[in-house]
Design a protein around this ligand. Structure first.
Ligand code: EMZ
Length: 387
């Protein structure tokens, strides 16, 4: 029953001192580990800023492979709010009935594909396809475009050989430039055209700003969604009793999703840069050094979550921070939650059981801390409900 488990390597340090330390390309990070402290620091955007050098608040830092500022997440208030207000409308579209119906169709078709197979490699043959195909709805572009996105693999900045892959990043940048130019010449109903026609504070967005928004849309919800989907499949493979419970009580789905997202915490942490000398958990943090808001650790804080290391699918009170906290909470959360909801509903409808055949874990290396975030590969057999 251990295959779907996600460890919590931060527990000791969270209990003993409340923070952890790691190096990242000679730019050290003080990780804030407790739920209360994470929320407090996330709130304090004046001292812990997001609008630092582009790429620096990401861990591993992307300063060497990216000059474009990702918007809105690498901006601070009040500018952040101005862009966020524009984007929020677009990113709430997954709640529309037509969008939901299309997503349902996509996920249903994908299940029909894998249910005929003796063996399915979930990452590449299920989750990556699901994520890329669903993204065509968010971009409002033709379904066929997803083929190109699938060919980029699970992360747009990382490859198997290297944690930061500049040549891979350049493929994405060139692609986005091309799509923006296409929409300039031939405007339509797609996301690029929408952004080109938008204004923030009475000014049209620049091409560079649009590029920053689009990079975030591609990169921010990619490996995170893929891991959330894959980890959910692994969890239901090992916990048929949870699948049965949801079959009987489908109204529990929303609660179950929040719990799975808390437990998996697909994005371990997000950085901030201190604008002044500060103190975190009695630990001095110098101006212009980094802290991180460790969502994964906060989500296992026993002061807040009873049985924090277990998936309790009917957990009643669940103030998790898996989608971040405060003004920067995840822009793609509505889309991600819809994906997981339809994934679970379709699973209930079509799948009897899932067997894990073999797998290789994906372990994030954070110096002293090794955290499983999901799988590099995992072969399963999906058994159809009609059999
Ligand atoms: C950045 C980040 C955003 C970063 C909410 O997270 O996700 C990472 O996967 C990307 O590499 O560039 O978009």
């Amino acid at each position: 029953m251990d295959k779907s488990k996600i460890n919590d390597p931060f527990e000791n340090d969270r209990l003993e001192k409340g923070f952890g330390e790691m190096d990242d390309q000679n730019d050290p990070v003080v990780m804030v580990l407790g739920h209360k402290d994470v929320r407090r620091c996330a709130h304090n955007w004046k001292t812990y800023q997001s609008g630092a050098e582009p790429g620096r608040i990401v861990i591993p830092s992307e300063v060497n492979i990216r000059d474009t500022r990702q918007i809105p997440f690498e901006l601070d208030p009040p500018m952040h709010g101005d862009y966020r207000a524009l984007l929020d409308q677009w990113f709430k579209r997954p709640l529309e009935a037509e969008y939901e119906a299309e997503l349902k169709k996509q996920i249903s078709t994908l299940f029909d594909e894998v249910l005929t197979q003796d063996k399915t490699e979930v990452i590449h043959d299920f989750s990556l396809k699901l994520q890329s195909r669903a993204l065509t709805l968010l971009f409002n572009v033709p379904f066929s475009v997803s083929e190109t996105w699938i060919s980029w693999g699970t992360h747009v900045f990382r490859s198997e050989a290297t944690a930061l892959d500049a040549s891979k990043a350049n493929i994405l940048y060139a692609y986005i430039d091309e799509q923006i130019d296409k929409s300039i010449n031939n405007p339509g109903d797609d996301f690029y055209s929408k952004l080109l026609a938008s204004q923030v504070n009475g000014k049209k967005l620049t091409k560079e700003e649009i590029k920053g928004i689009v990079i975030l849309t591609f990169a921010g919800g990619r490996d995170t969604v893929i891991n959330a989907v894959t980890n959910s499949i692994a969890y239901f493979a090992e916990h048929p009793e949870s699948l049965e419970r949801l079959r009987k009580e489908p109204e529990l789905t929303t609660t179950a999703i929040e719990e799975l997202v808390r437990y998996f915490s697909p994005l371990t942490q997000m950085g901030r840069v201190a604008t002044e000398d500060a103190t975190v958990c009695e630990h001095a943090v110098k101006a212009d050094t980094r802290i991180s808001l460790n969502w994964a650790s906060a989500n296992r804080d026993a002061k807040v979550f009873e049985n924090a290391n277990e998936v309790v699918i009917d957990r009643k009170i669940n103030p998790h921070v898996a989608f971040g906290f405060g003004t920067h909470n995840c822009l793609g959360a509505t889309h991600a939650r819809q994906i997981l909801k339809i994934l679970i509903h379709t699973l209930i409808e079509k799948v009897e059981s899932i067997e894990i055949l073999d797998y290789k874990e994906n372990i994030e290396d954070l110096g002293d801390y090794k955290r499983k975030v999901g799988f590099d590969k995992i072969n399963v057999k999906f058994n159809s409900k009609l059999n």
